[in-house]
Design a protein around this ligand. Structure first.
Ligand code: AHG
Ligand code: MN
Ligand code: MN
Length: 312
């Protein structure tokens, strides 16, 4: 199909009945992603010398990606408040009138994979109004950008999940409408070190192996989750570990966006006990274990973890 005939992101959102401000916000994030994609190609791969609120050393790319997203969203006049995985506090946007939405974002997830040339991503949760520390079920939209062999943006709206690809003239055009998850799959993406697994999680992973699930793990949440979503089934997990009882991934900056997307696509996302989207955040930087993908695998994890608790 000629480039000019493909449905562009802004037009598709309009057809979906998305309001003007939200259309503008999603497009602003798309614009920011183009600068991040350029930064990935051109920025030094070294450390910036600073650490984030998690005490993780920041790469120059983490800091630059964070600046790109923060500036774009700060100046667009649509965002009221924004919180970044790479910054300590919630910031009010510079031009925050009318400020109809607030966002949480991870500007560059998996950034340490750039120097081994593996795929990385940007993750964004969008909430109505100015409140940010709230359950993920209150999101009005969520999206991620995947910087891989192709640069794609997967947008979750209450009405559906859709993938857009960045084309040769710098436009995001519709490449996969209405993405759906099957109830069961055959791939699994197991984060964390096996020697740190808790007994019930180890039994769960072994049960997937016994059922011939194929291992698919790159170390990047965005490409690893994207593979489960695009293959239409399977499971990604980053569990509670002996040395990390709340797991590694951040509820507000990573888990909530993917949980929103997977549920709209017909899948499920749990912390092993409850729905990710129902978790009342204690703080904006809290971490959460995550089991995300097809309903059957998530339910199996919850069942096996519950049996462990009851037999303890
Ligand atoms: P970030 O780069 O934003 O800190 O996130 C990295 C995360 C996530 O992308 C991935 O699933 C996880 O780290 C991998 O952790 P391990 O290196 O412990 O496997
Ligand atoms: Mn991350
Ligand atoms: Mn990050």
């Amino acid at each position: 199909m000629p480039l000019s005939k493909r449905k562009r992101l802004r037009d598709f959102l309009y057809d979906q009945g998305v309001d003007g401000a939200l259309r503008g916000l999603i497009n602003e994030i798309g614009e920011a992603s183009k600068y991040i994609s350029y930064a990935i190609d051109t920025t030094s791969l070294g450390y910036s010398g600073s650490v984030n609120v998690y005490g993780e050393k920041q790469l120059a790319l983490d800091v630059l990606s964070d600046e790109i997203v923060s500036e774009k969203l700060g100046m667009c006049g649509i965002v009221k408040n924004m919180a970044s995985e790479e910054q300590e506090n919630i910031n009010s946007a510079f031009l925050s009138e009318p400020g109809e939405y607030s966002v949480c974002f991870d500007p560059l997830d998996g950034s340490s994979l750039v120097d081994v040339n593996l795929a990385v991503g940007t993750i964004v949760s969008i909430y109505p109004g100015k409140q940010l520390v709230r359950p993920g079920r209150e999101q009005v939209a969520a999206l991620y950008v995947l910087y891989g062999p192709r640069t794609t943006m997967v947008v979750g709206l209450p009405s559906g999940v859709h993938e857009f690809s960045l084309d040769a003239v710098g436009s995001y055009t519709l490449s996969r409408p209405d993405i759906k998850m099957k109830d069961v799959g055959n791939i699994y993406s197991p984060g964390g070190s096996r020697n740190q697994y808790l007994p019930a999680h180890k039994d769960f992973i072994d049960s997937l192996l016994a059922d011939n699930y194929k291992l698919r793990y790159s170390g990047g949440f965005v490409p690893d989750f994207n593979q489960v979503l695009m293959k239409g089934g399977g499971l990604f997990t980053y569990p509670a570990l002996k040395n990390a009882p709340n797991g590694k991934l951040r509820l507000m900056f990573e888990c909530n966006a993917m949980a929103f997307i997977v549920e709209v696509a017909g899948g499920a996302a749990s912390n092993g006990k409850q729905r990710i989207l129902d978790i009342e955040p204690e703080s904006i930087e809290m971490r959460s274990p995550i089991y995300i993908g097809s309903k059957k695998e998530v339910a199996r994890a919850e069942k096996m973890l519950a049996e462990q608790v009851s037999s303890d």
